[in-house]
Design a protein around this ligand. Structure first.
Ligand code: CTP
Length: 397
């Protein structure tokens, strides 16, 4: 439910704007109040009257006048909300946000707000796939902007592919997640997830089989308890969760830099399967066969991100959680790893092939803490994540 929550809804100019009217209705059904802002292009698709009738509130428009400033200045308007939602977020609005423009009411509100921002992109598939839009999206996700969709399907322009705005109910769900309150409210938690890719040359890399499923589930469970989550993810095969700040990385070195940049944090969970080694002298050019025999790769050791953060004198999170993938002597190995890495907890997985855990949907976990080892029953990875998130909330209380 969204009782008493205030949403500032910026409606951009796109055919999907008609769905934003339904979104207003759905948000209000759940108890939220909605203040609509129409961009000039948005007004081409929905009228201020229909938006204000559905919201039962004044609509703020692109060309705002002095009366609005006298009633409520744009700074105040941007901060009176609990969440700013941009739906539809057009390619142009995303570009303005990524570039920090503030040349109309919508972009000024987005620059001035101190609240979280959720975008629901909607545009033609080619515009969505354009490198400029994808670059802007990466910038926005790195800035902590939340994103829902877009969906894939037939588009108003007759093409097919990703670019359709998410359905109103999916946007409502993302809003609920973004505003989730719980025991981790006000706590910042960093989660690493997925594999890392270590380049050999521009087309080849060293990788591992991690799908990112467990790390993603942990980030989702922490966000559901109200945490402000920075999710540093290697190239995973599952989509990142909603309602978290996503920082995509490729290599262990990039992951280390992203984690350090995200500090300080109250807790950090290192679920990523980080490559222990990288190619010391990755080639800037594709390595050719050239008939001179086999290439020889020299390796260099990657930074141990978990050990580095656990050993920090300044800015060490109060709770540092590592993972251990073990095939034998799970408790003994995980206990030794906890000591060696200096972390508070180790979540040990039994990854013997016959367990089917690696790449599967379930996990058998032993939680190793200073108090000893706790065997958890075999659970779905989502349940393991919820249990771990609850334990983290208790520990940080
Ligand atoms: N880790 C890390 N940075 C690395 C390597 C590992 O942050 N360069 C973290 C992982 O995210 C995980 C834990 O350390 O939390 C795993 O440690 P690791 O020593 O790689 O253990 P295993 O994968 O279990 O492998 P091994 O048994 O070879 O030590």
């Amino acid at each position: 439910m969204l009782d008493g929550k205030r949403i500032l809804l910026i409606i951009g100019g796109g055919i999907a704007a008609f769905k934003s009217l339904d979104l207003i209705r759905r948000l209000r059904e759940r108890g939220a109040s909605v203040t609509p802002v129409l961009t000039r292009a948005g007004e081409e698709f929905v009228t201020p009257l229909s938006a204000s009738a559905l919201a039962s509130e004044k609509v703020y428009r692109d060309l705002f006048d002095l009366t609005d400033e006298a009633e409520m200045g744009h700074i105040e308007l941007s901060r009176a909300a609990d969440l700013v939602v941009v739906a539809p977020a057009t390619a142009d609005l995303m570009a303005k946000m990524a570039g920090g423009h503030a040349n109309d009411l919508a972009s000024t509100l987005l620059m001035a707000t101190d609240k979280r921002v959720l975008i629901a992109p909607a545009m033609n598939v080619r515009m969505w796939e354009h490198p400029a839009t994808q670059r802007n999206l990466a910038t926005l996700l790195g800035d902590g902007i939340l994103c829902v969709g877009p969906d894939e399907g037939d588009m108003a322009c007759g093409e097919h592919g990703p670019g359709r705005m998410s359905e109103p109910l999916a946007i409502v769900e993302a809003v609920e997640q973004a505003l989730a309150t719980g025991p981790l409210q006000g706590k910042h938690v960093i989660v690493t997830s997925g594999p890392t890719h270590e380049p050999i040359d521009p087309v080849r890399y060293i990788a591992n089989r991690s799908s990112g499923t467990q790390g993603t589930a942990i980030a989702r469970a922490l966000a559901a308890l109200g945490a402000d989550v920075t999710f540093v993810t290697g190239p995973a095969s599952v989509a990142p969760p909603q309602g978290v700040r996503v920082v995509p990385v490729q290599t262990a070195s990039e992951m280390e830099a992203a984690v350090k940049a995200a500090l300080p944090a109250d807790a950090a969970v290192f679920a990523a399967a980080v490559a222990d080694w990288r190619v010391a002298d990755a080639s800037a050019r594709k390595i050719k066969k050239e008939g001179k025999g086999l290439p020889t790769l020299q390796f260099a050791e990657n930074p141990d991100i978990l050990a580095g953060v656990a050993g920090l004198k300044k800015d060490r999170p109060a709770l540092v959680v590592g993972f251990a993938a073990e095939t034998d002597d799970v408790v003994a190995n995980a206990t030794a790893k906890r000591e060696r890495k200096g972390c508070d907890w180790v979540v040990a997985n039994d990854v013997r092939p016959e367990t089917g855990i690696m790449g599967g949907t379930e996990n058998t976990v032993t939680l190793v803490t200073a108090e000893g080892a706790e065997n958890w029953p075999r659970l779905g990875k989502d349940k393991v994540a919820e249990r771990l998130a609850t334990r983290i909330a208790e520990a940080l209380d």
